[in-house]
Design a protein. Structure first.
Length: 335
């Protein structure tokens, strides 16, 4: 009785014997067939509609050649535009005859005998001459025996050699040695000198995002208490192309490079060095090898300080003293 009751109570339970033999099984087995019939009928309708479109010539496959033709036309238009742009670029002149007074920069040497430039523009389009400046600093001695070098004058010139900044700076410590023979600084120049902190702020603002050219820049940056990115510095004392052109075998002085390559005499007379003249000379020397140097750095895939390639592996500071920038007893301060 209990078995019959269970079978009767759970007649729809799939585990019962009645359920397995009931019509539910037949219904479940027929459902997939119904779905498959529906799919087949739908597919048949699709095939008939496809055949109808093919007969009328409107099937999607007939649009393939039209799409290809449109894409080909677009590619041809793009190529034509590129060809026009290239032809325009090629037609641009590679030389300029505009005087330096009417533009922000020119690519020629800023010597007194050249007012216009006929030199080809730099091959490195990313290098803007307006972003190049040359700097030179003159120092005096402070502290016991004047052994501490501090900034007393700073000059900055642009790519044309025009003076952007030229001010006398009052050192933070009392001056004990003016070094007039080398610096050209006298007591009279300090009367209207500006404080070091003020000058430092002004100078660093001018050097920001600029390519800085100079000779023995480590001395100038040390006096400014500043560090400029190496990839944005060009030290004429370390450019091997200049050393080879001057036929020198050691780290050259600025005076030697100016005489051999520019036929220009600098740092002569009893009045000492002129930071403006030295900065202009550095810019003129850089322009001689600018194209070759920057193209070489570009092909290397990265900009590095021009100590690569170096003219010499020697870092002896005495090489910088050939033009008597400093007395011999100041070598330790300049390292």
């Amino acid at each position: 009785m209990e078995g019959k009751a269970a079978n009767s109570l759970f007649y729809g339970f799939r585990g019962s014997s009645h359920y397995l033999n009931s019509f539910h099984k037949e219904v479940l087995m027929e459902e997939p067939n119904v779905k498959s019939h529906r799919k087949s009928r739908k597919h048949q309708r699709f095939l008939k509609y496809k055949e109808y479109l093919q007969q009328r010539g409107q099937h999607g496959t007939t649009h393939g050649p039209q799409v290809d033709e449109v894409s080909n036309n677009c590619s041809e238009e793009r190529s034509e535009k590129l060809d026009k742009i290239k032809s325009m670029l090629c037609s641009l002149p590679t030389t300029t005859t505009i005087s330096s007074a009417s533009c922000d920069y020119d690519s020629g040497l800023s010597v007194s005998s050249s007012s216009a430039s006929t030199r080809p523009s730099s091959p490195c389009s990313w290098l803007k001459p307006g972003k190049c400046v040359a700097i030179d600093c003159e120092m005096v001695g402070t502290g016991p025996g004047g052994r501490i070098s501090e900034l007393a004058r700073c000059s900055i010139v642009n790519y044309n050699g025009e003076v952007l900044y030229d001010k006398y700076v009052k050192p933070e410590l009392p001056i004990t040695d003016y070094r007039t023979r080398w610096s050209g600084i006298t007591r009279r120049h300090m009367q209207n000198a500006i404080p070091f902190k003020t000058a430092q702020k002004e100078i660093l603002n001018m050097l920001k995002d600029k390519r800085v050219i100079g000779h023995a820049l480590n001395n100038d940056f040390k006096a400014l208490k500043y560090y400029h990115p190496k990839e944005q510095t060009r030290d004429t004392s370390k450019i091997c192309y200049l050393t080879k052109m001057a036929c020198l075998t050691h780290t050259p002085s600025l005076k030697s490079l100016a005489w051999h390559l520019l036929q220009k005499k600098i740092q002569v007379g009893r009045h000492g060095h002129s930071s403006v003249e030295d900065a202009q000379t550095c810019m003129d020397l850089y322009k001689i090898v600018e194209d070759q140097l920057e193209q070489d750095l570009l092909t290397r895939g990265q900009e590095t300080t021009v100590s690569i390639p170096e003219a010499s592996t020697s870092s002896n500071i005495n090489h910088y003293m050939d033009d008597q920038y400093w007395p011999s007893d100041l070598d330790e301060d300049c390292k």
